[in-house]
Design a protein around this ligand. Structure first.
Ligand code: 4AZ
Length: 383
């Protein structure tokens, strides 16, 4: 979150903005050199457009409620895929949001264009220590309704805190946020290479607003390279040339890309956020999807091919659900109950799965065997 400047996005930030103004004047009186008060040079990320296919694990958090709008209009934060079904973002991005109000877009460089990989969210977990005023412990994990096909970034391993990166090391920040402090958002994913800043220096700049146990700073001392509004939740990552390790999520800063005011990130390498994040990512990756629809075959009739067989099915507890049917393991096609089935002599397997409003299919379809004399009396069963 930007701790200065006007607020051009959703009203939910307004309260924060007021607080920021008050806090900033205190902060600046205490710590800022006069030059920083004089205004911003700034050009975010100051960096460059990311090439096609690079950083496909960088995700956009979007608002599906904006029907008909492009992902560029819908995007409000960034995130990083760290397991096939889990992204890490900033807690302040998803505070007070229901999973159904967020959609994740992966593998998409230019948000205004079609394409990319889209996933709805089945669970949001915010770090229990998150403080939405001071932004300490600003991390959250989101469970995707179904696995992404994109290769995830790594989280730091336990005990791998600092040592993988040290002050002065290069780290990459990426996002679709403002390209200058009072500028416009970018439809194309941009990234900049910034340097990790010592806790002592960051503490000297930001005073007690900087919490070294859960925050990490990175920037360029001469300014010009930074995250900005709209980049929140997105990655600060280091690379060995092959894979990427996520060391922070964009959290806040005084303006954007101002000299001597580095960006502040949640600190994923420390034990404090690292342990929590690792354990919740693992849990969500392995947890069943609480929101997946279920399918039940309620009646079936005349299941021998000679007698115009039909099957009636439903999705208990779900409204607005659609269904897909498949015969003998072939592709699923849209269908509605009661489904009349035509099939040739012999034994056939009919499967049906409910699909919810977000396109999530029941991972365990209901099935029934058709046409077999021996199996005719067998009750409908699951998979
Ligand atoms: C924001 O408002 C924001 N310069 C994020 C990062 C920074 C500033 C603002 C860091 O999302």
């Amino acid at each position: 979150m930007r701790k200065t400047g006007s607020n051009r996005r959703a009203g939910h930030r307004r309260g924060r903005q007021l607080w920021s103004a008050a806090a900033l004047s205190l902060l600046l009186a205490a710590t800022a050199p006069a030059a920083a008060r004089a205004g911003a040079s700034a050009s975010v990320v100051g960096g460059t457009q990311v090439a096609e296919g690079q950083l496909p694990w960088v995700a956009a958090l979007t608002l599906p409620a904006l029907l008909g709008a492009s992902d560029f209009a819908r995007q409000f934060c960034g995130a990083s895929l760290v397991a096939p079904k889990v992204v890490v973002t900033a807690a302040h991005c998803v505070r007070d949001r229901h999973p159904r109000d967020v959609e994740i877009v992966l593998d998409k460089r230019r948000l205004a264009d079609p394409g990319g990989e889209r996933r709805s969210v089945s669970a949001i977990e915010i770090n229990p220590g998150f403080d939405h005023v001071g932004l300490s412990n600003d991390v959250a994990v989101l469970q995707l309704a179904s696995a992404s096909t994109v290769a995830p970034a790594d989280l730091p391993r336990a005990g791998q805190a600092d040592g993988l990166w040290d002050p002065g090391d290069a780290a990459t920040v990426a996002g679709w946020g403002l390209t200058s402090e009072n500028g416009a958002r970018s439809s194309v994913l941009r990234s900049a290479v910034v340097s990790v800043v010592t806790d002592a220096e960051c503490g000297a700049r930001y005073g007690s607003n900087f919490d070294p146990s859960s925050m990490l700073c990175a920037g360029a001392s001469e300014g010009g390279l930074d995250a900005c509004q709209g980049d929140s939740g997105g990655p600060l990552a280091v690379t060995d040339g092959g894979s990427w390790t996520l060391i922070g999520t964009v959290s806040w800063g005084f303006g954007c890309a101002r000299p001597d005011y580095p960006g502040v990130y949640s600190r994923l390498g420390g034990d404090v956020l690292g342990d929590w994040t690792r354990s919740r990512v693992e849990a969500l990756q392995n947890a069943p999807d609480r929101f997946a629809p279920t399918t039940e075959i309620v009646r079936r009739g005349a299941l021998r091919h000679s007698k115009r067989p039909w099957v009636r099915f439903r999705s208990p507890g779900e409204s607005g659900t659609g269904f897909q049917c498949s015969i003998d393991g072939r592709r699923y096609h849209r269908c509605t109950p009661p489904k009349r089935i035509r099939f040739k002599r012999g034994r056939h397997v009919f499967r049906v799965r409910a699909v919810d409003w977000a396109g999530n299919a029941d991972p365990t379809p209901a099935r029934v065997v058709l046409g077999s004399r021996h199996r005719r009396k067998q009750p409908a069963s699951r998979v």
